[in-house]
Design a protein around this ligand. Structure first.
Ligand code: UT7
Length: 335
């Protein structure tokens, strides 16, 4: 552990992974009463990827995404000091990040999970940047990965059409301030609305004459779609504006809006409120649906692969979802 005061943060590499198995809207209409037309019109989603097969977990996708990010820059996993796994669907409630550490052989890395649903990647990136800024660590692997297909009630048409599985990874490294790419951030939580989107614990009495215990398991995802929609469209633009204003950056200077891929209507409504042109929105939810903590890093990785992002571009990243938690990061891209 080295102490270097007030370092900047540089994005060195990204990677992503989605399962091979896809489920399109016509196939979903054989499971619940819905239609391709309804789903596309209301959400923009055409298909999603699902992790199928026995003993497959979020760790498999996260490892693939991480290895791709490492491979792109030929980095040895032993260089990683910290791994943060943003997930709400771990395969071990004690944490899944340590399994990733072992599988990718990042033997020098500390690893932990961070749970903040669809805002998980934004919170993890900010957490990582604080460790880098303080000089505590030099190289951090941040992964957003979720397999919400395991937690969906496949008879509930209001949720099962939305979500898909995936993972996205990003390698961040400390750098001199002049090369800093994370210009600022703004984070929020309002727990009084947590009931609008939850995956709750279900208790049952533990049958023992002496122990007065309750044990249980988790229910399915439950969501009040209309309220989550209204929250996202009203609060996310405020967060973005606060963050841009604090940096003296105008909305006209924004090159890309990289928002959590929840619903195309939400993305467009946020852009419209900010008077940012719709062609600056990065969208890939048509292919993957809402992949929760993975949606931002997957979209980021694809945008870079497609050479959409140019030197000095200002990218506004915003996550929002259960908690309710939402937040923004402003990036200045340096290639
Ligand atoms: O990471 C954050 C995660 N969550 C979100 O981003 C969710 C945000 N919310 C949304 O994206 C939208 O609220 C939904 C896409 C979930 C729903 O769209 P909506 O325009 O708000 O529809 P609605 O819930 O108001 O439902 C309209 C109608 C209802 O029928 P009635 O009561 O008008 O007869 C629903 O029963 O559409 C019906 N409906 C469906 N019909 C066909 C709801 N789901 C479906 C469906 N197929 N899958």
């Amino acid at each position: 552990m080295k102490s270097l005061m007030m370092q900047g943060t540089r994005i060195l590499s990204t990677g992503s992974a989605v399962p091979n198995s896809s489920l399109n809207n016509s196939q979903i209409s054989e499971i619940v009463e819905t239609s391709d037309e309804w789903i596309v019109t209301r959400t923009g989603i055409e298909e999603r990827r699902l992790l199928t097969g026995m003993n497959k977990s979020v760790v498999d996708l996260a490892v693939l995404a991480a290895l791709k990010a490492l491979d792109k820059i030929s980095m040895s996993p032993s260089e990683i000091d910290l791994i943060i796994l943003a997930t709400s669907s771990p395969n071990d409630l004690f944490g899944s990040a340590s399994q990733i550490q072992s599988k990718i052989k990042a033997l020098n890395a500390v690893a932990f999970d961070l749970t903040a649903a669809c805002s998980g990647f934004v919170l993890s990136m900010v957490t990582a940047s604080q460790f880098l800024k303080s000089g505590t660590y030099r190289t951090i692997l941040v992964i957003g990965a979720d397999v919400l297909s395991k937690w969906i009630d496949w008879s509930d048409r209001s949720t099962c059409i939305l979500f898909g599985d995936g993972a996205g990874a990003m390698i961040l490294q400390s750098c001199p301030q002049k090369d800093n790419q994370i210009l600022g951030f703004q984070l929020n939580t309002d727990g009084s609305y947590s009931n609008h989107l939850s995956l709750l614990y279900k208790e049952q009495v533990y049958p023992h004459p002496v122990l007065n215990l309750y044990q249980g398991s988790f229910k399915y995802i439950s969501m009040n779609g209309k309220e989550v929609y209204k929250f996202a469209v009203s609060q996310v633009p405020i967060s973005i504006l606060k963050c841009l204003n604090s940096l003296n950056i105008s909305t006209h200077d924004v090159n890309w809006l990289l928002l959590h891929q929840a619903n195309e209507r939400i993305l467009k409504a946020i852009a419209d409120k900010l008077c940012i042109s719709n062609n600056k929105i990065i969208v890939n939810l048509n292919k993957y649906g809402n992949t929760s903590a993975a949606s931002i890093p997957i979209a980021f990785d694809e945008a870079l692969t497609e050479n959409k992002i140019s030197n000095n571009d200002i990218i506004v990243i915003s996550g929002f979802g259960a908690g309710l938690t939402w937040g923004t990061i402003i990036i200045k891209w340096k290639s």
